[in-house]
Design a protein around this ligand. Structure first.
Ligand code: ATP
Length: 433
């Protein structure tokens, strides 16, 4: 294959979507390399720019700043050496498994005479032997994804990129497919030189990859790189494996700053994005921690509560913001306030939350705006517009939803759906005249 240098070099890459004042910095000054023979996983919370990076490496999107090199050459346009496997595959429903794979070979210019044989080999390779003549509708989700893999492999890519390829599958199919992919990769029966996997499943990344690139969001950036020095096949119960998962958790979680950095929408600086967590989930977390004696290992807790990384991080972030927990080195501890909350009555809980929420700039701003209004009612559109100075329209809507959900819980303010207005629960007494 020639050359011992890196296959992919991402150098100081930033990607900015939109125009001022509504820009989204999807990734900021990201640098890393992928070397031949490596299986690399990009891991991080939702919105940290993983898919954006994958799109840039495959040439489907261009960096706003910085450069991507492939085998030492600046990448321009589509990367002909890379293929991408998505979460779900668009298969042609009117073609059989064989037809779908043959079509991918045709697209690559493989002559008709060789297509059939090669397609059959690929189908065999992904473990779909016997299903050549089945139609997509006759296959399970896991099998359809295997056809997707066969089609991606038909392109004989040097670099196989995968964007959450197992996340749409049920647990067992995902596990089986991971196993088959690892076997293929380790057996070196493929011309693939390197694999880049995007995931937010920590265990999956530690189970498969040689190196983990950990990212955080707002803006999307690389926060750490970790090598996984474990031979294959890896065992999840292995102490090193668990320690590695703990380390990843410790690096990604618990990054909420004590004093919420923040400002109100429209003020210079960056508005703090509130995590989309239900108070019930936060309450559940504090109760569980109380039961555990006030302390738990974050990774095991997530496993026990059956939370995906993203959900867990969001709930933990909200609990941290409210001052109920502290996270350090992969452990989560209940604070005295968190303990008080977990043991409090519903009414007392509302009061505790109200006090803490008013420290969050967006909530305080809504609360004060309503108080400044004569009848304590303001159109939701006003808040939307202001929030859109800092967030995309979708994110602004989400922030408003979170604010309403939290504000309602704490009885700071409420929302009138018919009028699309926010209002104070306790309307200031009208002036007498
Ligand atoms: N075409 C676009 N226009 C505007 N903003 C975008 C666009 N694509 C992505 N973004 C924003 O860029 C940021 C990074 O998105 P990206 O999809 O790359 O993250 P991700 O880590 O892959 O997230 P997920 O795991 O949810 O897919 C997000 O804030 C997202 O809203």
């Amino acid at each position: 294959m020639g050359g011992t240098g890196p296959l992919v070099e991402v150098r100081n890459v930033s990607k900015i979507y939109g125009r001022p004042p509504r820009q989204v910095v999807a990734v900021e000054r990201v640098s890393f390399e992928i070397r031949p023979g490596e299986f690399v996983a990009l891991l991080g919370p939702s919105g940290c720019g993983k898919s954006t990076l994958l799109r840039m490496i495959t040439g489907l999107a261009q960096p706003s700043e910085g450069e991507i090199r492939y085998r030492g050459q600046p990448l321009r346009g589509i990367n002909p050496y890379a293929t991408i496997v998505f979460q779900t595959f668009a298969l042609y429903p009117w073609l059989t498994v064989l037809g779908n794979v043959e079509l991918a070979l045709k697209a690559r210019g493989v002559p008709p005479a060789q297509r059939r044989e090669r397609a059959l080999q690929l189908i065999d390779m992904v473990g779909l032997d016997g299903f050549e003549h089945a139609y997509p509708r006759e296959l399970s989700g896991g099998m359809r994804q295997k056809v997707g893999f066969a089609r991606a492999l038909a392109a004989e890519p040097e670099l196989l990129c995968m964007d959450e390829p197992f996340s749409a599958l049920d647990v067992l199919s995902a596990e089986a497919l991971r196993g088959e992919l690892m076997e293929l990769w380790l057996s070196k029966r493929l011309p693939i030189q390197a694999i880049l996997l995007v995931t937010h499943n920590i265990e999956e990344a530690v189970w498969m990859a040689d190196r983990l690139i950990l990212m955080d969001k707002d803006p999307g950036r690389v926060i750490a790189e970790l090598e996984v020095r474990l031979p294959h096949p890896r065992r999840r119960k292995d102490a090193y494996f668990q320690a590695m998962v703990d380390r990843v958790y410790a690096t990604i979680a618990g990054r909420t700053e004590e004093q919420v950095p923040g400002k109100r929408p429209g003020e210079p600086g960056r508005a703090y994005r509130m995590p989309e967590a239900r108070i019930n989930a936060v309450a559940g977390l504090t109760e569980k921690l109380l039961e555990e004696g006030g302390w738990a290992d974050l990774y095991r807790l997530a496993e026990e509560l059956r939370y995906e990384l993203d959900d867990m991080l969001t709930i933990v972030e909200a609990a941290e913001l409210l001052g109920f927990v502290k996270v350090a080195e992969g452990d989560i501890t209940l604070t005295p306030l968190g303990e008080a909350f977990a043991e409090a009555s519903i009414l007392a809980r509302k009061e505790i939350v109200a006090g803490r929420l008013l420290r969050l700039p967006i909530i305080r701003w809504i609360y004060e705006t309503l108080h400044a209004d004569d009848d304590g009612r303001v159109s939701a559109d006003y808040f939307r517009e202001q929030l859109q100075l800092d967030f995309t329209p979708e994110e602004a809507e989400r922030q408003l939803d979170i604010a309403i959900h939290w504000g309602r819980y704490a009885e700071l303010f409420a929302y009138d759906e018919d009028a699309d207005e926010l209002f104070l629960e306790e309307v200031p007494a009208p002036a007498m005249d």
